[in-house]
Design a binder for this molecule. Structure first.
Ligand code: FES
Ligand code: FE
Length: 455
């Protein structure tokens, strides 16, 4: 039923429009598109689960979601991190109901079956009497998430056992992750818990905004300009490079400095005593890029974004990493998960000051956060009517993704990998991200026999 209501011929027409820098508004609200995204994108691509610092010792656990799949991540006694479906294999209830903690074993609240940190079933209430020998406990352990891999401490899961390795999927994004996550000794650590809040928005809008939309900064966040926190120059968030990477990923390397103007403090204003670590952990090209950068902002497809900004004034600058997961709750709703990460090697005073900067800007009550999500909700409100939902691609309902198309050419001198354009006011990542969306969405079911024969 579903597969026939989103006919592949629609994707054919879409491809043509996307090549022209146009995108129909209904892809952000259509319920059939959303259902297909769950099957063709979220059941096949790598999704972020946690940072390894959230699971510091054997028995540490956190609970997460891969869209609608509840996930229990555990550090086992051998130090390995395992991920299971957080659903009891007896009758299916949610096994672990806490967000995080430390345990030796997990006991189900329904009938009391108990599982160890490796997911093995180790206890069945009155097992000998009610089941007898026919009960093979080793067949009733927790169900593992098919693939769990990590890079620079970031743990990702994949529901598709045949998915490409995470290393290949991230591709050249790893070069930039090395700078953002691996620059200092000991890497990064999560401070506090991930904050969560629900927003009326489509997941692709959050992704777009962080992946490739520095253009909105001067208008959406106008109040920061009026308060003197951001520069008056309307082009400031565009100075730097927008880099298109493989598999729908992209990053903006923002210098926020007009050509010919004095450079901002190097290395995102990080304290000078940390610089020797950067030289130890990064190569010459990575140092060259990092030294000039004020903000890194981008996305790892499909629903992980990151923002590494600078807050404060000269002499009191603070940099941190905010990682965002856009968890879809439907075509018009997302749950935002937001982590604060900081260099493990930074001083406690620096970490505290940076955390305050994060809470006031990109935390759930932060000024910048409020600005963005209000606009995203209005996209949903304005996209549900007859005109916006029309599937007629000749009808005048196509959105504009034209910025820089065929006008801005790649800068071959940029030291980092990927296709780097010499401005961040550009729709190049948007176009590449949506082209990847289309590629995934138009791939037929590989296991049609299983659930692809509905009509
Ligand atoms: Fe978990 Fe019955 S549902 S023990
Ligand atoms: Fe914003």
């Amino acid at each position: 039923m579903l597969k026939h209501s989103v006919d592949n011929r629609i994707f054919q027409g879409l491809r043509e429009k996307m090549e022209q820098g146009l995108l129909p508004q209904w892809i952000f609200t259509d319920p059939h598109i959303y259902e297909l995204e769950l099957e063709r994108i979220f059941a096949r691509t790598w999704q972020f689960l946690a940072h390894e610092s959230e699971l510091p010792e054997p028995g540490s656990y956190v609970t997460r979601w891969m869209v609608d799949d509840p996930v229990l991540l555990v550090r086992t006694n051998s130090g390995e991190i395992k991920a299971f479906l957080n659903s009891c294999p007896h009758r299916g209830t949610l096994l672990c109901t806490a967000d995080f903690g430390k345990k030796k074993a997990f006991t189900c609240p329904y009938h009391g079956w108990t599982f160890n940190l490796d997911g093995d079933l180790i206890g069945v209430v009155a097992g000998d009497k009610v089941y007898g020998e026919e009960m093979k406990k080793d067949e009733w352990g927790l169900r593992p998430i098919p693939r769990v891999e990590r890079y620079q401490g970031m743990i990702f899961g994949n529901l598709d056992p045949a998915a490409m390795p995470l290393d290949d999927y991230l591709g050249d994004m790893k070069w930039y992750m090395d700078i953002i996550l691996g620059r200092s000794d000991g890497g990064m650590e999560v401070r506090g818990l991930p904050q969560r809040w629900v927003v009326h928005a489509n997941w692709k809008v959050g992704l777009e905004n962080f992946a490739g939309d520095p253009y909105h900064v001067q208008t959406t966040h106008r109040s920061t300009v009026e308060l003197g926190i951001s520069p008056q120059d309307p082009l400031y968030a565009g100075y730097g490079h927008q880099v298109v990477l493989q598999n729908g990923h992209g990053i903006n390397v923002i210098t926020a400095t007009a050509p010919g103007k004095p450079q901002r403090p190097p290395y995102q204003g990080l304290p000078q005593e940390m610089w020797p670590m950067f030289e130890r952990n990064l190569n010459a090209d990575q140092l060259k890029v990092f030294a000039k950068t004020t903000v890194f902002v981008g996305s790892i497809y499909p629903n992980l974004s990151f923002n590494s900004p600078v807050h404060g004034s000269e002499g009191h600058l603070h940099n941190y990493l905010n990682v965002r997961l856009w968890r879809p709750l439907g075509p018009e709703k997302i749950e935002i998960w937001s982590w604060f990460l900081i260099d493990k090697a930074a001083s406690e005073a620096y970490k505290e000051a940076a955390y305050k900067g994060y809470v006031g800007s990109f935390g759930p009550s932060g000024t910048l956060e409020q600005d963005d999500t209000e606009i995203w909700a209005r996209i949903v409100h304005a996209s549900k009517g007859h005109m916006a939902r029309s599937k007629d691609l000749s009808y005048n309902n196509l959105l504009n993704y034209l910025m820089g198309l065929e006008r801005v050419l790649p800068d071959e001198t940029f030291p980092g990998p990927g296709v780097a354009y010499p401005t961040c006011y550009l729709d190049a990542i948007h176009r590449a991200t949506h082209e990847y969306w289309l590629e995934l969405m138009s791939k037929e079911e590989e296991s049609a026999g299983e659930n692809g024969c509905e009509s």
